[in-house]
Design a protein around this ligand. Structure first.
Ligand code: ADP
Ligand code: 5GP
Length: 225
């Protein structure tokens, strides 16, 4: 938590959405956001199979379709969407709990889910992460060695569609270098945390008894001693 009112210290919490084409580096960048600065990363539920090295409860909650539908139908998901034949959704409890603690909760989700969040929480901050160029997107996606050629093709088609929605986002961040992308996201969150509507208490202080001009003038000699 920072020292200046509002600096990474969001009394009401903040919901930050990171979207972007598959392979743009969302997962890589989001993992570098500093929990000491108040970031809390939501873990999604999905029906897709784990990739080598992915862990249940750390990267995703890997579930079957029945389990996913049960969570969705009991209002357990904040948003959900289909992405290249699999279901993905954000478990509601974690997000609500961390927001109420004043955390900056990060959802790494695709466009359809992001727009559902914008409807429900207009104050959410929507960030679109882009690779420096399309060639680099293809290189990163195939270089990850986690999908076959057909899945890569489907993900690139989806990427082409998702990019059409950039104008619905608040910010676009280029992921040329991971540390620069992280710095840009930190800067966005800092600026957002300084907005008047995120600091109602600060403004309230200057309206009330604390800011009584007459008594202030009477005490001015004492205050400036
Ligand atoms: P996404 O979560 O958006 O699908 P990943 O985080 O899995 O993307 O990144 C895709 C691949 O690109 C990974 O192999 C990752 O190591 C690599 N990558 C991510 N960011 C960068 C970057 N700034 N420069 C070079 N490679 C990157
Ligand atoms: P991947 O299979 O590469 O991990 O994720 C595929 C896509 O699903 C990515 O665009 C990722 O951001 C998105 N995604 C991951 N979790 C969620 C979620 O909970 N909800 C939605 N709507 N999309 C998600």
């Amino acid at each position: 938590m920072g020292t200046h009112p509002g600096y990474m210290d969001t009394p009401k919490g903040m919901l930050v959405i990171i979207s972007g084409p598959s392979g743009s580096g969302k997962g890589t960048v989001v993992k570098q956001l500093d929990t000491d600065k108040g970031f809390a990363l939501s873990i999604s539920m999905t029906t897709r199979n784990p990739r080598p090295g992915e862990e249940h409860g750390r990267d995703y909650f890997f579930v079957n379709e029945e389990e996913f539908i049960a969570a969705r139908d009991s209002n357990g998901l904040l948003e959900h969407a289909v992405f290249v034949s699999n279901l993905y959704g954000t478990p509601r409890d974690y997000v609500e709990k961390e927001i109420s603690k004043g955390k900056i909760v990060v959802l790494e989700i695709e466009v359809e889910g992001a727009l559902q969040i914008r409807e429900k929480f207009p104050e959410a901050v929507l960030i679109f992460l882009m690779p420096p160029d399309i060639g680099e997107l293809g290189r990163r996606l195939s270089g990850r060695h986690t999908e076959d050629k057909m899945t890569i093709e489907q993900r690139l088609i989806r990427a082409k569609n998702e990019i059409k929605y950039i104008s619905r986002y608040d910010y676009v961040v280029i992921n040329d270098k991971v540390e620069l992308a992280v710095e840009r996201i930190n800067t966005i969150v800092l600026a957002e945390s300084l907005k008047p509507n995120r600091n109602p208490d600060l403004i309230e202080n200057f309206k009330g008894d604390e800011f009584d001009v007459a008594s202030f003038i009477l005490r001015i000699d004492e205050l400036t001693k």
